[in-house]
Design a protein around this ligand. Sequence first.
Ligand code: COA
Length: 262
Amino acid sequence: MEYETVTVEYDSQTGVGHITLDRPDSLNALSEQLSAEIVEALKSLETQGDSSDRGLRVVVIEGAGEKAFCAGADINGFSSANEGERSERRAHEFIPEFPVPVVAKIDGYCLGGGFELALSCDLRLASDRSTFGFPEVDLGLLPGAGGVQFVTKLCGPAVAMELAMTGEHVAADWVHEKGLINRIYDSEEFDESVDSFVASLAEQAPLAVQAIKRSARTAVNTSRQEGRRYDRQQFNSLLNTEDFEEGAAAFAENRDPEFVGR
Ligand code: COA
């Protein structure tokens, strides 16, 4: 498939897929097309993974250029509030449902719909120079893809309101302290640090990792009791996998496991 606003790569040796938001001249602003192409790129990576031995294990989303992960919805692209909501939502909603973990690699501006895109990913790794915020209020809007909802669920309404009502750009330290990003890395060593984190994640037992994603996503919308039942079912089914046999054997033999996703 030909893309105009993203570049997509799949490494069949590691099982890692990369999607780069490729509109650096507008700081990777999320146009209708970009959002749709993120979804298409994820589907295509899943298909490529299915036809390789290792399978798709992790997807990394990052921004092209030196300045931004994504500076939000494309301001030139929506002239009415309804338009602003369109398919931008699709990528935000597709990523949590996507079976494989999706990692946001954030280096630079991560604003508005770009911040929401990062929040819809499963893990967020940021360089220490990155800045975050919901500037929509400065345009007389609110974050249109559920940013306030996400942040409220992750760290309470006061933090969500502070971000969305002030529109201020905040530092990576600030969002890290609030639990909105997983890790901050030194900008000078950012690529190597993320590569190393992602390579380790891609070595973990894929079925277990995918079950953990489903479990965490389920927990947000279910009671603790139902969530525990769900995890118990997943646990029992993982007990019957080759990967569990391999993990147990590797432990007994004091060696690294080699998981195959079966
Ligand atoms: N939509 C469309 N274009 C955008 C954009 C967006 N959200 N954010 C940045 N751009 C464009 C700028 O218009 C500029 O284009 P130009 O070179 O043709 O003039 C280019 O990206 C570079 O941005 P610039 O403002 O010159 O960079 P900067 O480093 O001075 O400032 C920001 C960076 C992110 C602070 C500033 O661009 C900004 O405030 N952007 C809007 C963020 C926003 O409100 N997002 C939420 C939208 S609802």
